[in-house]
Design a protein around this ligand. Structure first.
Ligand code: HEC
Ligand code: HEC
Ligand code: HEC
Ligand code: HEC
Ligand code: HEC
Length: 487
């Protein structure tokens, strides 16, 4: 055996120690972050910095009034002002420090982050551009993505590049990117146009709709990857094909894998968040803006309508030894292009409420009925997830959640079966009613978030809220069936 000289061993040890020290500084080999490449880390947003300004939506609306009317009142237009968001951001900054605000704002107010205008929670003193959240001049200034260069090598945490325009010898030129080959007069002298295939891909939406824990890289919201691994992506039915159209067109995209016609695209971006539309409509009414209140209530109706068309229920009996042993409830995701529910699955609540009655109308079994305080009983069958921190304890805040202890969402065009047993009480037939119910959050969670809004957002003055009301619930599907108790 070739024995090493003690001095050489020492040198080797020193080298190894030096290498270890080096790798301790480079945070992670699996999720390596190049912070020079991503100057707004933990947001992965990039900006081709120049003196060319971002334009607030009203400026675009001067010529594009149809798109403006549709977008104004969308959840995108509320992404920054959203009081639920502001409450959570305020809590996050207190818990982790100011750096985390950049991660959040990179998606909730991208322009506010790159220009350095938004420095934390609150709305006071900010420009209309920063307040406009995900606005025209965000999406139409996106010139590319860095989806492959990210720590996860997937779209995440705002991995897109903003280029609102270029500086030339003649001065500033605004460039807006969209689906068309530019016509001669495209932009009417206000902006130049560029045809962009990115705007006809889900990749445009992906960077914001794939949210990772700021440090641990756990995918807290994974709408994009859920979609990408499902049947709609295979058939090229994109986010845009279901969310940038009216309700009837969305149903056709989902049912027939049919791409909308060019003229059918709209700027509604309507999803499931009926609560936010409702709160904002209250604020618009209070501020005397009836037009905005109307488009917010239209968004509210569209969200409820979307939820009501997303799922279906099937009830069937299970007999054992000739006796009705259980009722099986199959919950089907028939029209969501991703899991149902998606996004903030550890906050959203979707659950089954079951009531079984005998032939005399006496209730013999219930499950999933809200308590008078508005909480769900522990044995409720829910389709969402439970967040968990590093310590195996329940966690809900995005800076704490590094895993899911339970993840029960329903994949696109997939289903989950739930079995309910019955007490044998001599009934001849049972009538079972099953409801699939949805709300944005649990009552306690909503109260905690809205209770944490920064001081300049006065819930009473702006939203007319004295206290957090009982959160509204949407019944997505209601089905009834009768079963004989013996066969
Ligand atoms: C979340 C991203 C996003 C936002 C915000 C957004 N757009 Fe668009 N816009 C798109 C996409 C994607 C298309 C292409 C849709 C398609 O396939 O036709 C588009 C298309 C357009 C077009 C081409 C014509 C049309 O309607 O299809 C115009 C003009 C336009 N947008 C203007 C605006 C204006 C003005 C605003 C703000 C009031 C805005 N956009 C906000 C993503 C966005
Ligand atoms: C990668 C982009 C991205 C990042 C980063 C991000 N969010 Fe979000 N956030 C979203 C999207 C997309 C939704 C919408 C999900 C949905 O509708 O279920 C959302 C929704 C929310 C909501 C729910 C709002 C409501 O009205 O129900 C809250 C609260 C929130 N985010 C807080 C935060 C905080 C705090 C941070 C920073 C720690 C953060 N977000 C970081 C994209 C992001
Ligand atoms: C002075 C009028 C005017 C203003 C202001 C204006 N646009 Fe346009 N824009 C046009 C015209 C004209 C076209 C040509 C197509 C059309 O008629 O819709 C166009 C086309 C577009 C397209 C389609 C480009 C393509 O190739 O697909 C997008 C996207 C767009 N504008 C975004 C914006 C955004 C974002 C703003 C605000 C920052 C804005 N526009 C402000 C006049 C304007
Ligand atoms: C086949 C149609 C379809 C496609 C494709 C689709 N969605 Fe959805 N989406 C729905 C339906 C239906 C809902 C309402 C049910 C739900 O919340 O899942 C929804 C809800 C949402 C929500 C709201 C979640 C919440 O809790 O508020 C977001 C955010 C969303 N979709 C984003 C996307 C993105 C991003 C893509 C592309 C990666 C996409 N969707 C593709 C149909 C679709
Ligand atoms: C710059 C980041 C960003 C981009 C790009 C983006 N989104 Fe969003 N989107 C958000 C944020 C943030 C929210 C949530 C705002 C909130 O709830 O406060 C959201 C919410 C939504 C919702 C949910 C509405 C609801 O009711 O819950 C839908 C649907 C949606 N986006 C679709 C899209 C589609 C389709 C695209 C691509 C054409 C897209 N988004 C691109 C950031 C973005």
């Amino acid at each position: 055996m070739n024995r090493m000289h003690p001095l050489r061993t020492l040198a080797l040890t020193a080298l190894i120690l030096a290498l270890c020290a080096g790798s301790a500084l480079a945070a992670s080999k699996v999720f390596d972050v190049n912070q020079e490449f991503y100057p707004y880390y933990p947001s992965l947003i990039k900006w081709n910095k120049s003196s060319v300004p971002f334009n607030e939506p009203r400026n675009c609306g001067g010529c594009h009034s149809k798109q403006y009317k549709e977008w104004n009142g969308s959840v995108h237009s509320l992404a920054f002002k959203d009081p639920v968001y502001q409450g959570e951001l305020n809590k996050g900054v207190k818990a982790v420090g100011h750096d985390i605000a950049r991660q959040c704002e990179g998606c909730h107010s991208p322009a506010g982050v790159v220009t350095g205008e938004v420095k934390g929670p609150g709305n006071a003193g900010l420009s209309d551009m920063a307040l406009a959240g995900v606005s025209c001049d965000i999406c139409h200034s996106i010139s590319g993505t860095t989806h492959w260069q990210t720590p996860s090598h997937e779209p995440e945490n705002g991995s897109f590049i903003l280029t609102p325009g270029v500086e030339t010898t003649e001065g500033q030129t605004l460039i807006k990117r969209g689906p068309f080959k530019p016509s001669d007069n495209c932009g009417a002298g206000f902006h130049k146009c560029e045809e962009s295939s990115l705007h006809l891909q889900a990749d445009l939406c992906a960077g914001c709709h794939q949210v990772y824990h700021y440090d641990a890289h756990f995918p807290i919201e994974a709408t994009y990857l859920e979609w990408k691994h499902g049947p709609y992506a295979q058939k090229e039915i994109l986010c845009q094909d279901c969310h940038m159209v009216d309700t009837e067109t969305f149903k056709k995209s989902a049912d027939e894998f049919r791409k909308p016609e060019r003229g059918e695209y709209r700027h509604y971006f309507n999803g499931a968040n009926f609560l936010l539309s409702y709160l904002a409509a209250g604020a618009a009414k209070k501020a005397g803006d009836e037009k905005l209140a109307k488009s917010l209530m239209q968004q509210y109706d569209m969200a409820v309508e979307r939820l009501k068309s997303a799922a279906d229920l099937e009830l069937s009996p299970v007999y054992r030894d000739g006796r009705l042993a259980e009722v099986k409830v199959r919950v089907k995701n028939i029209r969501a292009g991703h899991n149902l529910p998606t996004s903030l699955t550890n906050v959203r609540e979707m659950w089954l409420e079951i009531t079984a009655k005998d032939e005399a109308g006496k209730v013999i079994m219930t499950s999933g009925s809200l308590t008078p305080e508005g909480s769900l009983p522990a044995d409720t069958r829910s389709f969402n997830s439970d967040g968990m921190g590093n310590d195996f304890h329940f966690a809900i805040d995005p800076w704490k959640v590094t895993a899911f202890s339970r993840h029960e969402t329903i994949p696109p065009r997939g289903f989950k079966d739930v079995h309910y047993g019955f007490p044998a009480n001599g009934a001849k037939t049972v009538t079972v009613e099953a409801k699939l119910r949805f709300r944005q959050a649990g009552q306690k969670e909503a109260e905690a978030l809205l209770g944490a809004v920064p001081k300049d957002i006065d819930l009473k003055a702006i939203y007319g809220l004295d206290k957090v009301p009982a959160l509204p619930v949407v019944d997505m599907v209601v089905k009834q069936a009768n079963f004989a108790t013996s066969q």
